[in-house]
Design a protein around this ligand. Sequence first.
Ligand SMILES: Cc1cc2nc3c(=O)[nH]c(=O)nc-3n(C[C@H](O)[C@H](O)[C@H](O)COP(=O)(O)OP(=O)(O)OC[C@H]3O[C@@H](n4cnc5c(N)ncnc54)[C@H](O)[C@@H]3O)c2cc1C
Length: 464
Amino acid sequence: MEDTKPEYDVVVIGSGLAGLSCANMLARDGHSVLLLEQHHQLGGLAAWFKRKGGHIFDVSLHGFPAGMIKTCRKYWSPEIADMIVQLKGIRFDNPQFSFTTTFDREDFTRILRERFKIPQENIESFFNTARDMNFYDDQTMTTRELFEKFFPGHDDVVRMLMEPITYANGSTLDDPAISYGIVFSNFMSKGVYTVRGGTDKFIGEMQAELMRNGVDIRTKCPVEKIVIEDQKVSGVIANGKMIKCKAAVSNGNLKSTVHKLVGDEHFSGSFIEEARKVRLNNSSCQVYMGIKKGERIDYIGDLLFTSVAEKFDSIKLCSRNITSRTFSVYYPETRPGSDMYSIVSSTNANYEDWASLSEEEYRASKKELIESTLDALEKYIPGGRGKIDYVEAATPKTFQRYTLHERGASFGTKFEGLKISMGLHEEIPGLFHTGSVGIIMSGWLGAANYGVITSNDVDKYLRS
Ligand SMILES: Cc1cc2nc3c(=O)[nH]c(=O)nc-3n(C[C@H](O)[C@H](O)[C@H](O)COP(=O)(O)OP(=O)(O)OC[C@H]3O[C@@H](n4cnc5c(N)ncnc54)[C@H](O)[C@@H]3O)c2cc1C
């Protein structure tokens, strides 16, 4: 913090994909921007880490919709957009069905018609309804009701349509149908995409672009307070130092932003009451498995949605007694020039299930998580254990520790969080939030797009 300027137009707190995109757009608009990140690397949940044996693990690079290409081209650079490539082998394996798909409308239509015998007109009508949903629609219909309308009695179809989206953003059948429709349709337009070069290269390119655009970046700088004077934002305090600014954008957890970084006393009673009702989304567990240098594995698909549960059940999906896992397989092509393979298993999880354990129970549970995951992997890579020379696990506590998200929330808040996030600057001029909220603004694409939306609001405020 030593060589920061005494004052900036905007301070962006947090460098998740929303914070990064917001900072980049504001700098491009000609504002002076300071980006403060508490962790030692940028990216937030778009994270990677290196381990002995030459392993690099990606935390949240499993797949996102094609829309990310347009977002990166327009708001970042053509070079960053060109790193994005399609994943063609999306595999499902559970007691109800087992197949590989390209995860787009055409292939899903074929599967619904041929395998599940759904009439073509129902399929068309479902896809069109989901695609035409938007934020201003009726928000009372739930995803359960949406499925019931088009596929009554088909719990197998519900599983195929819902399980991957639950993995992707933690939503359940009881969330508003529009949050499902928007996210699902984004994927269905062209399938699932990833970054060639890995998260490290992607975020590295973004960092270089931010620097070219003049953003001042500081890592290991936790913001302790957003300072409010005369009922508007006047600065932030980070590492004990006050930096003046006209606007502050928090990319941290929405609830921590309101209740901790700002403080309830600065908001109206009715706003705080609404903010308290915002529910956080669930958290995650992961197991990172590195294949020994020199070993190889056959192609088994890129993304494997596996489950041994009889039916789709969003409560079971979060249970510590794991029945469902998503395996992401990273072949050497993920990082051209490398000859390494790695596999990351992800599971949705409840924070309380892990935070309530004693130290001893926690260690034992983590071990059990690793062992059961290695066992589950053997079905797809026989003898897989013998090829793995590095394994490590993350739990909701890990996610909380590295991102400061309350209860390790992986996908921000439930739907009601969006209104609170978007309403901050109406309560306190100069105060903004961006980042995973309301289900639709989460994931790589949702977060990056929300960063751009927030930057437009900040720009308007600064110019007014
Ligand atoms: C296990 C897992 C798998 C996922 N897989 C996918 C996937 O395959 N595809 C996909 O699209 N999405 C995926 N996601 C979701 C996606 O990664 C996130 O939605 C997205 O990256 C969130 O971006 P964000 O901008 O909301 O902020 P975050 O990534 O949450 O970052 C917030 C940043 O703010 C910083 N911060 C917080 N408080 C402070 C403070 N006081 N001072 C300074 N800095 C602070 C944090 O350190 C962090 O860097 C996954 C998430 C998880 C957990």
